[in-house]
Design a protein around this ligand. Structure first.
Ligand SMILES: Nc1ncnc2c1ncn2[C@@H]1O[C@H](COP(=O)(O)OP(=O)(O)OP(=O)(O)O)[C@@H](O)[C@H]1O
Ligand SMILES: [Mg+2]
Length: 491
């Protein structure tokens, strides 16, 4: 089916209309206004309807009682004048006419044979009347009836036979309720006016209230938009309500975190470039010094080339460490988890590192308190522990020791790597897990290393949902304590 241009215009207009409507309905402004309008106006409308209905029913019942009284009095008079036999009494006729005039109604006197013997409208005299109310009254039951639509009240009253206890006829009076309707109309007009005034006042109040409630939220949105346009130094402070203050505080925390992440990213990039440039600069100096000299002895060439090769190895180490870190970040979710014997794993690690330790005359001891098996990624965990043991050897004195211990409970296994080496000053302990951080920058070149080892170790432990802690006193030694769950729990 092909849609014509004109149809597209209509479709987009309808869409736009729905979008606008949706936005209005979903806005907090609209909802607050709606709630206040409902709460403010609905009870008013209810009260208005209730008052009008109560007034109407009260007015009708009062009027009915009044008419009924008048009819009873007249019926007694009719009785004493024997009006059913002779309806020529001027006194009675005058009373009937008066009743008709006062209440703007009509009175009919009906005898036992249901024949109208007197009609104040003089329309139905001599005619038969078969009305349910008349028949019921004839049987002794007074009736009254309100016809709201045609606006009249009809009342029947029995006429007793003179000197006897029997019903000889019925007085049927119907009176207009126009006066009640007039009062009701006035009530309606006034009521509607008052309702309109209340509605306008409530509407103004609701708009004002919704503006007051929504204003702080708008301030927050503006603030967030301002800040998200660039990391500006300003913070969000909307203290109007407790909730907006909490939002501001949470946002400021997030902002601080973003700033830290941003700063550490910048620092990382500058560190990486610096670290990568250092070996290159050394190689450049070495190569240049060979190039500018003529007739350089072969031994010097050899020595310089060895230095260049060392720098290439160093560059290679840095790149490898960086790659390991990046891989670790990326593969945090897809670990190669398997059931691993941790005792064996530690034995293998120490066996591999023993030659390095022997070279420095450092003794490595492994103490296993129990056999431990856990669900881990063996390669990553080996990397972490190797880094810790390597450090314990590297930052140790001649003749020092490294004590590795393994223990476990039903939830975690614990590896401790303790040494009696040079230790780490208190102020550096918070930073050693940062990338490229080294305590003794002046000697780091002699000792070697990139400052990425602990960062890699910590990442490896964290992806296992474990933790790593350091306890150290300068000059006395350092202990790294690793805690990892025995059963791997994925995120
Ligand atoms: N057992 C330890 N004793 C004393 N200092 C330590 C110990 N372990 C780490 N450090 C300090 O923490 C710093 C960071 O260690 P990290 O392993 O991250 O880097 P690195 O050993 O310098 O280089 P590499 O990337 O080769 O491991 C070290 O430079 C060192 O100053
Ligand atoms: Mg290290």
């Amino acid at each position: 089916m092909c849609i014509q241009n004109g149809e597209w215009v209509i479709i987009s207009k309808v869409k736009f209309h729905f979008q606008i409507r949706d936005r209005i309905i979903r806005s907090l402004h609209f909802r607050i206004i709606l709630i206040i309008l409902c709460v403010g106006i609905l009870p008013g409308i209810g009260a208005y309807i209730g008052i009008i209905e109560a007034y109407e029913s009260r007015a009708v019942s009062l009027r009915t009682a009044e008419i009924q009284n008048q009819c009873t009095i007249l019926c007694d008079q009719l009785n004493s004048y024997n009006y059913l036999m002779d309806n020529s009494s001027d006194v009675i006729n005058a009373s009937l006419t008066q009743l008709t005039n006062i209440y703007n109604g009509r009175v009919m006197i009906v005898n036992k044979e249901l024949t109208v013997i007197k009609d104040t409208y003089a329309l139905d005299e001599g005619k038969m009347i078969v009305s349910e109310n008349v028949v019921r009254c004839m049987k002794g039951e007074r009736t009254n009836f309100y016809d709201k639509k045609n606006r009249y009240i009809e009342v029947t009253s029995p006429i007793m036979e003179a000197g006897a206890d029997e019903i000889a006829g019925v007085m049927l009076a119907s009176v207009s309720t126009d006066t009640i309707e007039d009062s009701l109309r006035i009530f309606h007009t006034k009521g509607r006016e008052i309702l309109w005034i209340i509605s306008v006042l409530v509407l103004v109040f609701s708009i004002f209230t919704s503006y007051l409630i929504v204003r702080p939220l708008r301030k927050i949105t503006d603030g967030i938009e301002n800040i998200s346009e660039g990391f500006q130094d300003e913070e969000l402070h909307v203290d109007t309500y407790r909730e907006t203050r909490q939002i501001s505080e949470a946002f400021n925390k997030l902002l601080a975190r973003l700033k830290t992440v941003d700063a550490s990213r910048e620092e990382f990039v500058s560190n990486v470039s610096h670290e990568l440039k250092t070996p290159l600069a050394s190689m450049k100096v070495l190569a240049d010094s060979l190039l500018i000299q003529s007739g350089v002895p072969v031994e010097l060439y050899q020595e310089f080339m060895e230095d260049i090769a060392k720098e290439i190895d160093r560059e290679n180490d840095i790149i490898n460490d960086l790659l390991t870190l990046v891989k670790m970040d990326k593969t945090a979710q897809n670990l190669n988890i398997a059931q691993v014997n941790i005792n064996n794993m530690l034995e293998l690690i120490l066996k591999r590192l023993k030659p390095i330790a022997e070279k420095k005359n450092v003794e490595i001891v492994l103490e296993s308190f129990r056999p431990v098996s856990a669900e881990i990624d063996e390669v990553k965990m080996t990397l972490a522990v190797s880094n810790l043991v390597e450090n314990a050897v590297k930052y140790n004195h001649e003749g020092g020791y490294v004590h590795v211990s393994l223990n476990a409970d039903h939830k975690f296994f614990y590896i401790r790597v303790a040494d009696n080496g040079i230790g780490i000053p208190r102020e550096d302990q918070d930073h050693i897990f940062e990338r490229f951080y080294r305590v003794d920058k002046s000697h780091s070149r002699e000792i070697g290393g990139t400052g990425l080892g602990l960062s890699i170790a910590r990442n490896a432990v964290i992806v296992h949902r474990g933790s790593i802690k350091v306890y150290s006193s300068p000059g006395e030694g350092t202990t790294f304590s690793v805690r990892v769950p025995v059963i791997y729990v994925s995120a």
